[in-house]
Design a protein around this ligand. Structure first.
Ligand code: ZN
Length: 336
């Protein structure tokens, strides 16, 4: 079966000197035809679908801010332009289109290449360069259409606070986030969701955590969480700001590290979710890292040889994360 993708570059959603810009995708776009995957057209999300995650008055506020013209709406800074409302609706729809194709069996797996990103957007507010929470909206859509449980795994360098907030009291939705500790938005410590052990896990990392650490947490945290929660689909918040030379963060993955991590997630979906997995673009602010990281994910999705020969191993030694991993496993009741 085939791998599919949607591409929503939102060229009108841009702001002077802002890192979340259309240029993030300019090195990726010419490579899209080389990924052994079929492009499908994104369907725009409806307001009813977005309202499964966001409060109606929040949706109205974002729409109004866009109508008012270009401007900054929070301290991150998050911006809007006149096209941003429609761009964000199409981005959310692009993720839903991918998730539906995989749920219906039209595709084996998928990658939604969309912007603006979504994982910081909370039910009652847009924040962190994100307007609507694309991945949470798609997760709710699959649950509305009959899935019993879905799980989001978020390896963006930042905590997926918006997705955590959206799922906090939804027993059908699992959430796991690895992120650099001590940076924006400041949430995501191990004990953030004490009522939801084995359903919601946070993996706060020391800066420069890299390929070895991510491989280890995939085995020691992600996999037992998937096994315990038994989702029918995995949705992955794929942020390529976890690359070691991202301009705004300090984690330590390389392109090969993104491949290994993504392959482990694809294998987990194979073992526990009948192969159903949808990757969703979140952050990543160096265009070359985004293009190489996306290529690495497609290699994992299509079981093709690594399509990148990026010589970009991190030059930094990795800090020891074993005590942190042990603490996380203990919190969730996994054996030492
Ligand atoms: Zn990020």
């Amino acid at each position: 079966m085939k791998t599919v993708y949607t591409f929503v570059p939102s060229s009108g959603h841009k702001y002077p000197d802002h890192p979340e810009r259309p240029g993030r995708l300019t090195l990726l776009e010419p490579r899209l035809d080389s990924f052994n995957a079929e492009r499908i057209e994104p369907e725009r999300a409806t307001e009813e679908e977005v309202a499964r995650v966001h409060q109606p008055k929040m949706i109205r506020a974002v729409e109004q801010a866009c109508q008012d013209g270009p401007g900054i709406i929070d301290y991150a800074p998050t911006y809007v332009t006149r096209s941003s409302f429609e761009d964000a609706m199409l981005a959310a729809g692009g993720v839903m289109t991918c998730a539906r194709a995989v749920m219906n069996g039209q595709a084996k797996n998928a990658f939604a290449l969309v912007r603006p990103p979504g994982h910081h957007a909370e039910p009652h507010r847009a924040m962190g360069f994100c307007l609507f929470n694309n991945i949470a909206i798609a997760a709710q859509d699959t649950l509305t259409r009959g899935m019993k449980r879905v799980m989001v795994i978020d390896y963006d360098a930042h905590h997926g606070n918006g997705t955590q907030a959206a799922f906090l009291n939804d027993e059908r939705a699992g959430f796991v986030s690895s992120h650099q500790w001590g940076i924006y938005p400041g949430t995501g410590w191990i004990d953030d969701a004490p009522h939801a052990k084995k359903r919601m896990a946070n993996v706060p990392l020391h800066s420069l955590a890299g390929d070895q650490t991510f491989s280890r947490i995939a085995d020691a945290v992600f996999e037992p969480m998937v096994k315990a929660f038994q989702p029918e689909m995995l949705l992955i918040s794929a942020g390529f700001d976890s690359h070691w030379n991202d301009p705004i963060t300090m984690l330590g993955l390389s392109t090969n590290g993104f491949y290994t991590l993504s392959k482990k997630l694809v294998d987990m979906a194979e073992e526990y979710c009948n192969g159903k997995i949808v990757f969703v673009l979140e952050g990543g602010y160096d265009p070359e890292n985004v293009a190489n990281g996306v290529a690495a994910v497609f290699s994992a999705l299509t079981n093709s040889p690594v399509q990148v020969d990026a010589d970009d191993a991190s030059p930094y030694p990795e800090p020891d994360h074993e005590p942190r991993i042990a603490e996380i496993r203990k919190w969730h009741g996994f054996p030492a």
